[in-house]
Design a protein around this ligand. Structure first.
Ligand code: CNA
Length: 383
C-alpha cells in the first residue's frame, strides 16, 4: 500500500469544508413551499396573469376569454386599439425579455435537452433508458445509478457509461440557445442534471454551469474517493474492464452522482442564485430527482417560471398554475426555436451552431475567441 498517498488522501478529505450532506434521491416530495408573493413586480401586468385570473378579470370587465392553444397558458395583452389579443407562453416570455425586464435567467435542465442529440432520456416511454434496461440485467431501473448496487456489481453502469461517455454526441440547437442566453448577458446560471458534457462542449463556460449530478470529466474510487485519472478510467471501461483504485482496491467510477451520494459543492451555489433569478427556464426534465427537483420552488413566487417540456411536470401538474407559471408543451427543439424566432435570435444561433460544429470561424463570438470552452468574462447585450 502506498502510505504517502494514503496520508495525502486522508488529509485532503479532512481539509474539506463541512457542509450539510445533501444526497441525490428519486423521491419527489410534494411542493409544500408555496410562499406568499414577496413583491408585486411583474405579475401586476395583465399580460402576466394566469388563465384563471385573466378570466376573472375579464369577466369583471364583461369580456370573454379565449385560449390560443390547449397546450400553453395563453395570456392576453391590450393592443393599441384596445382589443385583447391572445398571447402564448413563449410570446409573453419573449416580450418580457425584449422589454429588458429579464436580466438574470436561471436555466434548470434535464435529459430532455439532449434527446435531440441522440441520447435517450430516462423516462420517455419506449425510447427512454428505463424502458430499455433488459440488456443491463438489473433488478430494477434505478439500480443502475444505485451506489450500493454498483459496489456489488459495477458492470451494468459501465455498460451504460460506454454509451453515455462524451465524445459520441454533439450539442443541439437547445444547448446553443442556452449559450446564446449567456452571450446576451442574460444567463445567471445553468443547473443541469445531465452527465453528457454537451453544455461545456457547446461553449457554456464553467462559471455559468452547475453539473449537479457530476460528469465523466473526473473519476475517483467509489469507496475511498482517491482520484483516478479520468482518461485511464475511460479506457478501462471502454475495454470492458473495471478500473481499480490503487489505494484501497475499490472500483473506480466516473464522478457521476449516484443515488445516495453527495452532490458536488458547486450545487450549493443555488442558495445565492435562485433568489436573484428574474426568470426560471425549466427544460426537458421530469423533475423526479431530489433535491434537484425542488430547486424550482426556491424562486420568488412572483418570478416567471417557463416550463418547456413534452408534458407538465412537478408544480406544473397542479391546477391552477401558480400565477407567474407558463408552459409550452411539445418538442423542446421546436419550442426553443419558436422562442428564438420571437427574440430575433434564430439565425444568430444557427450561425453560431454551424460555425462551432464545423470548426469554421465565420461567427464572431464575443465571449469565446479560443474555441470549445469559452470564457464568460465578455458578453454582448440584447438591450
Ligand atoms: P427524465 O426523467 O428522463 O425526464 C426527461 C423529461 O424530458 C421527460 O419529462 C420527457 O418528456 C422530456 N423530454 C424528453 N425529450 C424531449 C423533447 N425532445 N422535447 C420535450 N421534452 C422532452 O430525465 P431527468 O433529466 O428529469 O432525470 C434526471 C436524471 C436523468 C439525471 O440524473 C441524469 O443524470 C439522467 N440522465 C441524463 C442523461 C444525459 O446526460 N443526457 C441521459 C439520461 C439520463
Amino acid at each position: 500500500m502506498n502510505m504517502s498517498k494514503a496520508k495525502s488522501s486522508r488529509d485532503r478529505r479532512i481539509a474539506l469544508p463541512v457542509v450539510t450532506r445533501v444526497t441525490r434521491s428519486s423521491i419527489n416530495p410534494q411542493d409544500s413551499r408555496r410562499s406568499k408573493p414577496t413583491d408585486s413586480g411583474l405579475v401586476d401586468d395583465l399580460s402576466l396573469m394566469s388563465v384563471s385570473e385573466q378570466q376573472a378579470s375579464l369577466a369583471r370587465k364583461g369580456k370573454s376569454y379565449q385560449s390560443s392553444s390547449p397546450s400553453t397558458k395563453a395570456v392576453l395583452s391590450s393592443s393599441p386599439s384596445g382589443s385583447s389579443v391572445p398571447r402564448g407562453a413563449l410570446e409573453t416570455i419573449g416580450r418580457l425579455m425584449k422589454l429588458g425586464r429579464v436580466r438574470n435567467i436561471v436555466v434548470v435542465a434535464g435529459a430532455g435537452i439532449s434527446t435531440g442529440s441522440g441520447i435517450p432520456d430516462f423516462r420517455t416511454p419506449g425510447t427512454g433508458l428505463y424502458a430499455n434496461l433488459a440488456k443491463y440485467d438489473i433488478p430494477y431501473p434505478e439500480a443502475i445509478f444505485n451506489i450500493d448496487y454498483f459496489s456489488d456489481n459495477p458492470h451494468p453502469f459501465f455498460s451504460l457509461a460506454k454509451e453515455l461517455y462524451p465524445g459520441h454526441h454533439r450539442p443541439n440547437y437547445v444547448h446553443y440557445f442556452i449559450r446564446m442566453l449567456h452571450q446576451k448577458g442574460l444567463l445567471l446560471r445553468m443547473y443541469t442534471q445531465n452527465i453528457d458534457g454537451l453544455e461545456k462542449l457547446c461553449g457554456i463556460p464553467d462559471d455559468k454551469l452547475v453539473e449537479a449530478h457530476g460528469s465523466f470529466a473526473t473519476a475517483a474510487c467509489h469507496l475511498c474517493y482517491t482520484p483516478y485519472p479520468a482518461e485511464e478510467a475511460k479506457q478501462a471501461i471502454m475495454n470492458g474492464n473495471v478500473p481499480i483504485c490503487t489505494f484501497c482496491a475499490g472500483a473506480v467510477k466516473p464522478n457521476v452522482v449516484f443515488f445516495g451520494e453527495d452532490l458536488p459543492e458547486k450545487y450549493f451555489q443555488h442558495a445565492q442564485d435562485f433568489p436573484k433569478a428574474d426568470l426560471l427556464m425549466i427544460m426537458g426534465t421530469s423533475l423526479k430527482i431530489e433535491p434537484f427537483a425542488s430547486l424550482v420552488n426556491t424562486v420568488k413566487s412572483t418570478v416567471p417560471r417557463l416550463l418547456l417540456n413534452r408534458d407538465p411536470v412537478g408544480p406544473f401538474e397542479r391546477r391552477p398554475l401558480r400565477r407567474a407559471d407558463y408552459m409550452e408543451l411539445g418538442d423542446l427543439s421546436d419550442s426553443v426555436q419558436k422562442l428564438a424566432e420571437i427574440l430575433g435570435w434564430h439565425s444568430e444561433i444557427q450561425d453560431l451552431m454551424n460555425s462551432h460544429e464545423t470548426g469554421l470561424c465565420s461567427y464572431t463570438d464575443p465571449s469565446n475567441s479560443s474555441g470549445e470552452n469559452s470564457d464568460s468574462s465578455e458578453t454582448d447585450s440584447m438591450h
